[in-house]
Design a protein around this ligand. Structure first.
Ligand code: NAD
Length: 332
């Protein structure tokens, strides 16, 4: 029996893993996140199943290795929370490279529509029988220019949806792909010419804060920025300043650079000390969801099935093809 310890387990994770076919793998579910303080809980397990806000840094890797863990199976696509260089030769890291690009692209479009048509505000008003339309004026997406940064699995689906809306689709990627239905332009042109900018690239050392005060100053003053990728792609302080100074039209954020302490949890009874987040949330043109873009039945099922396959592949020595190592991980 392969023993796996799963961290940051929510009920929807437990349900999807319990429903998956995982004969030969026993899973212990911990609701706590993986940190240096909790890594000891994995002692005696063969494998750890981790998520986006679990910490897999050098200290945690040492603790896991000492406890006998041989594999970190990420149940997500991104791996920016793992020190891959340090893990090399100590612990193998696998991930779920694609579980539902449509889930994320559709959430990005959902946020955009909600934001530009004020649907989130109309919902609250009508709950209170307030049927006034004042302040709910939006704009058409048809004919607008959207700029997509990162045209991999998610970005290309997002491009298809935008084409369906009759938008002009610009794109920037380190590796342009002629099969993506978009016009590739420079990063600067994406920032300058787009009415809507959507981030679909992974977080790397090179693109941390790709949206910063300088790039925001290139953007149209009514541009909307969408981030369903990773929080640190945007300098949140610079974004807040631009929102306050009305130098940007709005933001749809499913991720936030300091999300790890707050997102996925009910903080409604707590005093939230993050003033930048609190101020962003207070803005009428900022819509925030809690790293929710992946959360569909289809994606959860794929995540569970692929993670189980990855674990089996590693322990029965048949390669699963989903290993990530620092030698290959820079962008793709
Ligand atoms: P992917 O690897 O298929 O595509 C990423 C694309 O970004 C690639 O084409 C790559 O060349 C490009 N890229 C890399 N660095 C770049 C840069 N500096 N500038 C421009 N392009 C760059 O990845 P994907 O499956 O499309 O996922 C994209 C990201 O979405 C993931 O890395 C992850 O961070 C995020 N994500 C978020 C959620 C969520 O729930 N919010 C869920 C899944 C994935």
């Amino acid at each position: 029996m392969i023993k796996a310890a799963m961290f940051d387990s929510k009920q929807y994770d437990i349900d999807s893993f319990e429903e998956s076919e995982h004969e030969g793998i026993s899973i212990k579910y911990y609701d706590t996140k993986l940190t240096a303080d909790t890594a000891g809980l994995a002692s005696g397990f063969d494998c750890v199943i981790a998520f986006v806000n679990d910490t897999v840094d050098a200290e945690v890797i040492d603790l896991l290795e000492r406890g006998g863990v041989k594999l970190v199976a990420l149940r997500c696509a991104g791996f920016n929370n793992v020190d891959l260089k340090y893990a090399d030769g100590k612990i193998t890291v696998v991930r779920v490279p694609a579980y539902s690009p449509h889930a994320v692209a559709e959430h990005a479009i959902g946020m955009l529509l909600a934001s530009v048509r004020r649907i989130h505000k109309a919902y609250i008003r009508s709950k209170d029988f307030n049927f006034s339309l004042n302040g709910l004026t939006g704009f058409n997406l048809y004919g607008k220019t959207v700029g997509i940064i990162g045209t991999g699995k998610i970005g290309r689906v997002f491009a298809d949806i935008c084409n369906g809306f009759g938008m002009k689709v610009l794109a920037y990627d380190l590796y342009p792909d002629s099969s993506v239905k978009a016009e590739y332009v420079s990063l600067e042109t994406v920032f300058k010419d787009s009415d809507i900018i959507s981030l679909h690239c992974p977080l790397t050392e090179e693109n941390r804060y790709i949206v910063n005060s300088d790039t925001i100053s290139l953007m149209k003053s009514n541009a909307i920025i969408i981030n369903t990728s990773r929080g640190q792609l945007i300098d949140a302080e610079a974004l807040l300043k631009a929102i306050k100074e009305k130098r940007i039209g709005g933001a749809c954020l499913d991720v936030y650079e300091e999300e790890s302490e707050l997102f996925f949890e009910d903080n409604s009874g707590r005093i939230v000390r993050d003033d930048i987040l609190a101020r962003l949330i207070s803005m009428p043109n900022v819509l925030i969801t809690s790293h929710q873009a992946f959360l569909t039945c289809e994606a959860l099922e794929n995540i569970a099935d692929t993670t189980i396959d990855n674990i089996r592949g590693f322990f029965d020595n048949s390669s699963c093809g989903n290993e990530v190592s620092y030698k290959t991980a820079s962008v793709r």
